[in-house]
Design a protein around this ligand. Sequence first.
Ligand code: FAD
Length: 491
Amino acid sequence: MRSDPADYQFFAPRNLHAVIALLAGEPGQWQPLAGGTDVMVLYGAGHLPHKKFVNIWNLPELRAITESPSEIQIGAAATYTDIRNHPAIQQNFPMLVTAASWTGGIANQNRGTLGGNIANASPAADSPPALLAYDAGILLTSVRGDRRIPYQNFHLAYKKTALAPDELIRAIALPKKFAHHLHHARKVGARQAQAISKVSLAAAGQLSDGVIADLRLAVGSVAPIPLRLTKLESALLGKSAASFPPSDLRRLLAEEIAPIDDIRSTSAYRSTVAANLIAEFLERLASPRQTLRANLDSAPSASHANSNPANETATNVTTANATLQSWNALSPAAAAAAILPCCGSQAWAVAMAAARPLADVPALLESSRQIWNALPPTDWLEAFRGHPRIGESQAPSSATAKSHEWSSQEQCQVAKSPEEVKQSLAEGNRLYEQKFNRIFIVCATGKSPSEILQILRRRLQNEETVELPEAANQQQEITRLRLKKWLNVAE
Ligand SMILES: Cc1cc2nc3c(=O)[nH]c(=O)nc-3n(C[C@H](O)[C@H](O)[C@H](O)COP(=O)(O)OP(=O)(O)OC[C@H]3O[C@@H](n4cnc5c(N)ncnc54)[C@H](O)[C@@H]3O)c2cc1C
C-alpha cells in the first residue's frame, strides 16, 4: 500500500442532501466514494489526487432503479449486480446487462456502480457504449437543483466531463423505445473475462422495407472518450445493411475515431477490429439467420446435428421476442443458467448459450432440437433426473425451482386422478425403474392419467435400445413446451 490513511478525510453523511451540501461547501475538494473499485486501486498505488472523500455507497436516494411507462431510471449508485438482476433492464436494455456482465468479476460487480463507471470517464469503460446507443440521459444534482443532459454531451475530453465541481450524478435515464430493435454488443479484449477492452461496440438498429430505418453505433477504446458514430450512422440510414460497401464503412469510421497505440493494442488493430465489429452487426441486421448459421456451425454440440440450418431462407427479421432478446445479450454463464430449467442437462444449456445469438423462436427451438439429439446418453440421463416420478410431486434435489413449478403444471391432471390410477402408476414406475434403472419420462401435458398409464405399460415391453431414444424424444417435447412457456409464446 503506497498511501497513508492518516492523509485522508472520509465523511459518511446519512442522506443525499448532506452529501451535496458538503460538495457545495468546498467545490472540487470532496470526491464521492461509491463502490470504491476505481478509487481504491488509485489509493493502493499511491496515485489518488484527492484527499477528501464523501461516502455515497448504499444511499437509498442513489441506489433505486425506478420504472415509468416511458423510461427506466437507474440510480447512480446501483451496482452491476443490481443491473444484471433487474427484469425490466434485462428486457429493455440487454446491451447494458451484457456490459455489466463484462465488468470485472462477480465481487467487482457487487461493488462497482454505474455512476462510478461514468464519472471515472475511462474511454475503455464497458457501460458507456450501451448508454450512448440507448440515448441515455444523465441526471445531475447539486444544492443549485437538478439538471438533465444527454449522456452524449457528458464526456468532453479524455477524463474530462460536464460534471460541475459541486455536482453529483444522481441517476441515468434510459428511454424505453428499443423493443423492436436488434441489439448487438461486442467486447474484444485480451481474454474473455476480466480484461479491459481493446475495442467495444454497442449497436442497435431497425430495418423498414429492407433498408436501415434507425441505427445507433457506439464504440469504446477507439478515441479519448466513448463515441457515438453519428456520421457513419447518417451515411447508413436508408441504405441496405447487406450491401453497404466495406471500403466506405472503413473510410467513414476512420473520420470519426482516433485510436491510439498503447500496452493493450495498436491503433491499426483497433481500427480494423472496430470496422469488423460494425460489419458483423450490419450482416446480422440484414440477415439474422445468416448469423444463426455461423453460430450453429461453430457450436461444438451443434456441429454433429442432423439437419442443416443453412437450408433456411434468409429474411430481414429482428429478434422480436423480448425474453429471447435479453437472453441473447447475457453472459454465457448467465444464459446457460437461465435456460437450464427448460431441459435439465447442463451440456444442453451450455451449448444453447454458445449457439447465440438466436434470431427468433423457431431458430431457438430448432437449435434446441439439434443440440439435444447430438448429446450423449449421459447428458440425457442428467435431464431425466430433474423430473419427479409421474404421479409424484416431490421434486428431485437436482431440480431447479422453475423446473419443479413446470413439472407440477405438466402433471396437474395426474395429480387429480383417482387413487387406483395413482397406485397403478406407482406400480408401473416401480417396474420401469427395476427394468431400466431410471425414472419413466413422458410428456404429460395434455394427456389423461389413463393415457399415461397405457403408455407406461406399453413402454415397459420395450428393449433398452428402443426405450432410451423414446424417453429422449419425450424429454425433447417437454423441453420444447417449456421453452415456449419461458418465451411466453402460445402453442
Ligand atoms: C478488478 C477490477 C476489474 C475491473 N474491470 C472493469 C471492466 O471490465 N470494465 C469496466 O468498465 N470497468 C472495470 N473496472 C473499473 C470499475 O469497477 C468501474 O469503473 C466501476 O463502475 C466504478 O464504480 P465505483 O462505484 O466502484 O466507483 P468509485 O471507485 O467509487 O468512484 C470512481 C470515480 O467516480 C466518482 N463517482 C462515483 N460515483 C459518482 C457519482 N454518483 N457522481 C459523481 N462522481 C461519482 C468518484 O468520485 C471517482 O472519481 C474494474 C475495476 C477493478 C478493481
